[in-house]
Design a protein around this ligand. Structure first.
Ligand code: NAD
Length: 284
């Protein structure tokens, strides 16, 4: 079956998205050449290292600035998913992304497994168990950038002087159990799962599509390279998410897309890929 046929036959699609859906918005992913981790050492950005090292926190603010420097906007892939939801065919998006671009595109049901980069929060003076232990202070990320610009390399919580951190989930930090439950519940209602722009290597998030697969629900993987879950997918679609999704959603909903065109990526190739040679492994 093709992506168009699977989408046309679905009334309860759930999208599972990763960093690859936002590369066409100018945000680098983690693992592709030129991605974030070619310029920053992932071992430095664990929750424990963030808590123990002022120098790591200082560099983390520099990385955050780089993340937002280009003022990223939703691309045709985000917009296509929002259109599917608006037409009642998509139940929602479960995303590993922290960029907020699904909401900016108009998606309403978005489960952000790894938090939000547009906010900062107090995590307490010395949380030790991979779980924030702050006083409840939160603010837009611009608050931290303003403090850094004013000369505070490591801005502290104005309420309790605890450590301030981006409201995202770092490696070694526990996911909010309520969010995992909500994501599992949504995937439990899906009649089609679209996994888009994820290397499917960061657990537990990457295990979520299996909830649907184990019920016999088709899984379509749209990614620019093979993933460890390709073997269990009904279909793998090789190509840029923006082109693949906007073309498929146009075909299913009818009419031309009202979304901007992405940069010219050439014709997306669609084919069933051979088995991958990689195995699933936790993220760095
Ligand atoms: P990943 O970097 O491990 O994998 C991204 C995948 O997307 C790669 O396999 C790549 O080949 C593919 N890809 C890149 N551009 C694509 C495109 N235009 N179309 C289709 N596929 C494309 O990302 P991940 O699986 O999401 O896991 C890494 C972690 O990175 C997540 O926890 C996420 O929180 C975090 N992250 C988020 C952002 C963001 O919010 N935009 C950016 C970087 C990292």
């Amino acid at each position: 079956m093709t992506l168009n046929e699977l989408l046309a036959g679905s009334s309860a699609t759930v999208a599972f998205t990763g960093a690859g859906i936002s590369t066409e918005s100018g945000i680098p992913d983690f693992r592709s050449p030129g991605g974030v981790w070619t310029r920053y050492d992932p071992r430095d950005f664990t929750f424990a290292r963030y808590v123990e090292s002022e120098e790591v926190r200082t560099r983390a603010w520099a990385m955050r600035r780089e993340f937002w420097a280009s003022d990223p906007q939703p691309n045709p892939a985000h917009l296509a998913l929002a259109r599917l939801e608006a037409r009642g065919r998509l139940l929602g998006v479960v995303t590993q992304n922290i960029d907020g671009l699904h909401q900016a595109a108009g998606s309403r049901t978005v489960i952000e497994l790894h938090g939000r980069s547009r906010e900062v929060m107090c995590i307490g003076a010395s949380p030790r168990t991979g779980t924030p232990d702050g006083c409840g202070f939160s603010a837009p990320t611009s608050w931290a950038f303003e403090r850094v610009d004013a000369g505070e390399a490591d801005p502290r919580c104005p309420t309790c002087a605890g450590i301030v951190k981006s409201a995202t989930v770092s490696f070694g930090q526990n996911l909010h159990p309520g969010l995992l439950d909500r994501a599992a519940d949504l995937l439990g209602q899906a009649d089609l799962v679209l996994a888009i722009g994820s290397s499917m290597q960061v657990y537990p998030a990457a295990g979520l599509p299996m909830i649907a697969v184990e019920r016999g629900v088709p899984l379509v993987i749209c990614n620019a390279e093979p993933t460890p879950l390709d073997d269990v997918a009904t279909l793998t679609v090789d190509g840029k998410a923006g082109e693949v999704l906007s073309a498929a959603v146009d075909a299913v909903l009818g009419g031309a897309t009202a979304t901007p065109r992405p940069r010219s990526w050439g014709d997306p190739r669609r084919r069933r890929r051979p088995s991958p040679h990689r195995r699933a492994s936790p993220g760095p």
